[in-house]
Design a protein around this ligand. Structure first.
Ligand code: ADP
Ligand code: MG
Ligand code: MG
Length: 899
């Protein structure tokens, strides 16, 4: 029997000596870092040589069937590297040392710590000391290796090493790490080895090859750690991709004052300015720059200290930017005045910077306007709609950078508890409050509401503080771990300073920066010229129209200023909750017969008409979709619990009061209206069918308002939308009422206007019979919130009980209420659109659920040919950009999308 041919996998790709086996396009195989190292090598840049173990090896590792070829290829690549360097790994007079670095397709910061100086052992450390004539450097490198290897590979808690180190510093009366001399470091090393033995139950491996294999496998393993899994969930990265491992010859930034290490950007990633941006440290290694142990120096100082190296760095990074056509985020090390590049990638940037850079790069001829459209992620445009921190407006010290949990800016005085935040606001004690907490809990809500912004020292991008503030549109910096929030002592400690209640701080929620002192804020800038120009490149590609969900003129005006082309959903019920309306609304609900109901509705009519006049005026002739009353009536009455409490109280104090009698009548009605499952109850068109006079009143108010504006020469074409239909007969019932009332009004006023009657599709049955419904409905609007609830059969308000578990287990990749479930709910949307248009080819079809402002859902709506999406005003810009990208993607243009 012939053995099947197995296509051989190449596991290891070398780079060095001016050429690489891989290249920059191979991110799937080599990971982002590996592809970047290969590309830089091929471009002739000074990159320490090495090799990349590809992602397939990691996938095999996860499946538990690693091919024996992996070790073979790795050993061959190592031999080749040794030959190139004229060194042996961890052996001889001039030992080869390497770094072992993880690197997945998408950068995943903090997934796994890099291991530096691998190959050092009791022998090679002596050789290194002799070779460099710098024993302090050699022993410092060795103790760093044991520490990193111990924590990353052997999973020993870092604090055990830190304890040893700190004790040694005390014992030697050393202030700085660098004050420990070679002898002291040798003592540290001996104690580190004991830590390893104690906690990992093995000796620190002296065999360099063994170190390498263990480190490689630890990188593979790290793909599965909780931190990495969490990051992937947050960023929608596929769990099956795996990570590559880069093994690279060490270069030393810690050889003395002619060596150093640094990181930088080719442009300013916060505001997009074309300036060289970065930091460095002399005599330092690896993560020293970003770890905050020592304060790094601004990159421009390098110009003074090492002008040649500085010029070379600028030249190289410029070339990289020209090569990749995008802003670069790079890492470098200088060993004895010689520059080495260790990493480059497309830089992450704020929305403001993204727009500025896209425009500059078009003007520099680096990219086309089509490519520019993809250089900004649709959600980033939100940055233009919130206030910004003017970091140049004063001398304020940067305390730390936490997580940019909710964008915007805030400047205020520190308060440590939610209770005091509320109290001080009432008393007017502070003008503006920043609530500073370890982390927030639901009890803090009232304090969060009065605060200008929130700062927490713990918790991530999905922490309570982050989620709640984003909902409130309020600035938040979360998880600023370098800060100590001492709620008992009411102190905020940072950078050796102590801040008390009332001290001023400034937060940048867009970048996560926290400053001591009082900076200025710049207002939101939806009409920023750069944004306007950028959108003028995007909009012409767009086929989808973008509307907004707005109930009141103020929101409608905001929506127009963000570029909305109509209102896709005006919820009339919000108009009835207003204080001056609620009594009439309640009277209507309490009415025992149609006559009384009509009486109450008559009082509501002029108010409702005035609402529509205001809204139509604000919309300046754009289409406005108005939904007839939707929620169950009990929502307009007091809750049963409140009533019972009030009744009990009156029974005890004023048993004869007429108020008591009234409350009892209301209670009876509330109990009558009570539903076991209101979401599936007496609501939507079911209300308009049982109480036709409600639909009549609303139709009259809308048509009368339109006629009134026609007199003022303002054209409006109202679109009257019937909610929650599931059968053609329901639709016909309500459409008949609307059309009859419209004719009545036309006859009364001896004038006519155009209008449409359509429906909201939010039940699977409606989607199934959409062809029939389209016989009556002149437009469809998908209410995808309810459609998602009714398709899955779970409630949006209860999904949080199980969603986290579903995400963790990979059952859901996303919250289906945040991003449209294209596979299921999306199919209903697509099918209903097709069926509806079979009946009426001109059927206008839109979507008005939360999904209308979520980029992936918007793109889906484009692909299935909807006419428009409608979203909250603050997401209009995002939807416009997503719609433009979708149209370009359809033509095969992705602008070399960056991620
Ligand atoms: P991360 O993905 O967390 O940035 P890296 O693999 O880029 O991790 O490594 C972190 C740092 O370690 C780099 O910025 C660099 O300073 C240092 N480093 C990595 N490899 C080497 C090397 N071969 N020589 C010197 N320094 C290195
Ligand atoms: Mg890096
Ligand atoms: Mg609904």
């Amino acid at each position: 029997m012939a053995t099947p041919t197995i296509s051989a996998v190449k596991y290891v790709y070398s780079f060095g000596g001016g050429k690489a086996e891989g290249n920059g396009k191979m991110k799937d195989t080599l990971g982002g870092k590996g592809a970047g190292l290969a590309e830089m090598t091929n471009a002739g840049l000074p990159v320490p040589p090495g090799f990349t173990i590809q992602t397939e090896a990691c996938r095999e590792f996860m499946r538990g069937n690693v091919s024996p070829n992996l070790d073979k290829e790795m050993n061959a690549a190592l031999a080749q590297l040794e030959a190139l360097q004229g060194q042996k790994l961890g052996a001889g007079d001039n030992p080869l040392l390497v770094s072992v670095r993880s690197g997945a397709k998408f950068s995943m910061p903090g997934m796994m710590d890099t291991i530096l100086n691998l190959g050092l052992n009791d022998q090679s450390v002596k050789a290194l000391a002799a070779l460099t004539q710098n024993p302090r450097f050699a022993y410092d490198s060795y103790r760093r290796l044991i520490q990193m290897f111990g924590s990353v590979v052997l999973e020993i808690e870092k604090k055990h090493f830190e304890e040893v180190f700190d004790n040694k510093k005390k014992q030697k009366k050393a202030k700085l790490d660098t004050d420990l001399n070679a002898a002291a470091l040798q003592e540290v090393i001996e104690e580190y080895k004991k830590v390893v033995k104690k906690f990992a139950k093995i000796d620190f491996p002296q065999d360099a090859h063994e170190q390498l294999v263990m480190a490689r496998d630890a990188v593979f393993q790290s793909w599965q750690n909780d931190r990495a899994k969490h990051y992937r969930r947050m960023n929608n990265i596929d769990d099956m991709l795996g990570t590559a491992v880069n093994v690279q010859a060490m270069v030393f930034g810690n050889l003395g004052e002619t060596s150093g290490t640094g990181v930088g950007f080719t442009r300013n990633p916060a505001n997009g300015d074309k300036e060289f941006y970065g930091e460095f440290l002399l005599n330092a290694q690896g993560e020293d720059v970003v770890s905050g142990v020592r304060t790094p120096r601004h990159i421009t100082e390098l110009k003074e200290i090492m002008p040649e190296v500085y010029n070379e760095l600028r030249d190289i990074t410029n070339r990289m930017e020209q090569h990749y056509h995008d802003i670069q985020d790079f890492e470098f090390t200088i060993q004895d005045n010689k520059l080495y590049m260790l990493q480059t990638r497309n830089g992450k940037r704020t929305g403001l910077a993204a727009v500025k850079i896209a425009i500059d790069m078009v003007e520099e001829g680096l990219i086309t306007t089509e490519e520019a459209v993809f250089r900004v992620e649709p959600n980033q445009l939100y940055d233009f709609l919130v206030p910004r921190l003017d970091e140049k407006s004063g001398k304020a010290e940067l305390l730390t950078t936490g997580l940019p949990a909710s964008p915007g800016a805030c400047v205020g005085q520190i308060v440590f508890t939610a209770k005091e935040a509320v109290e001080y606001t009432h008393k007017g004690k502070f003008k503006s409050i920043v609530l500073v907490r370890g982390e927030t809990t639901p009890e803090d809500i009232a304090g969060m509401e009065v605060a200008a912004g929130i700062l927490t020292s713990r918790g991530g991008m999905t922490s309570h503080a982050a989620v709640v503030t984003r909902g409130m549109g309020k600035c938040c910096v979360a998880g600023a771990g370098e800060l100590v929030v001492d709620e008992k002592k009411k102190e905020l400690r940072a950078k050796g300073k102590v801040f008390k209640e009332g001290d001023w701080i400034s937060l940048n929620g867009t970048t996560g920066a926290v400053f001591a002192g009082q900076l200025n804020t710049l207002p939101a800038s939806p009409d920023d010229p750069a944004l306007v120009k950028f959108m003028s490149w995007a909009d012409p590609h767009r086929r989808l129209k973008v509307r907004a969900n707005a109930d009141v003129p103020r929101d409608a005006k905001a929506a127009i200023s963000f570029g909305a082309e109509g209102i896709g959903l005006c919820r009339t019920e919000h108009m009835f909750f207003a204080e001056d309306r609620l009594p009439f609304m309640r009277a209507m609900i309490m009415a025992g017969n149609e006559k009384d109901r009509r009486l109450a509705l008559k009082k509501l009519l002029p108010m409702q008409r005035a609402d529509f006049v205001g809204l139509f005026k604000a919309m300046k002739g754009y289409p406005v979709t108005i939904r007839t009353l939707d929620p169950p009536l009990h929502e307009f009455l007091p809750s049963r619990e409140d009533l019972l409490v009030q009744i009990k109280e009156l029974e005890l104090t004023k048993p004869r009061s007429p108020k008591l009698k009234e409350l009892r009548v209301i209670l009876a009605r509330v109990e009558e209206l009570h539903e076991t499952n209101p979401m599936l109850g007496h609501r939507g068109c079911r209300l308009g069918i049982t109480y036709p006079e409600i639909t009549e009143m609303q139709a009259r108010a809308i048509i009368e308002a339109a006629l009134q504006l026609k007199k003022q020469k303002i054209t409006v074409v109202p679109e009257i939308m019937i909610p929650l239909t599931s059968t053609i007969k329901e639709m016909k019932n309500q459409a008949d009422i609307v059309r009859r009332v419209a004719e009545e009004v036309f006859a009364e006023k001896k004038d006519r206007v155009e209008y449409l009657v359509g429906t909201m599709i939010e039940l699977p049955r409606a989607a199934l019979v959409a062809d029939k419904i389209a016989e009556e409905a002149e437009f469809f609007s998908f209410g995808t919130n309810d459609l998602t609830q009714t398709t899955f059969g779970f409630s949006r308000d209860d999904i949080n009980k199980f969603l986290p578990e579903y995400m963790k287990r990979g059952i859901f990749k996303q919250d289906p209420f945040a991003s449209l479930d294209q596979e299921g709910v999306g199919q209903l949307v697509q099918m209903a659109t097709e069926r509806g248009r079979k009946t009426n080819p001109n059927l206008k079809v839109g979507i008005c659920g939360e999904h209308g402002g979520e980029p992936e859902s918007v793109k889906f709506c484009h692909r299935i040919g909807l006419s428009y999406v409608s979203c909250s005003p603050f997401r209009v810009l995002t939807a416009r950009l997503a719609a433009a990208q979708a149209a370009l993607e359809e033509k095969g243009n992705t602008g070399g999308a960056t991620k």
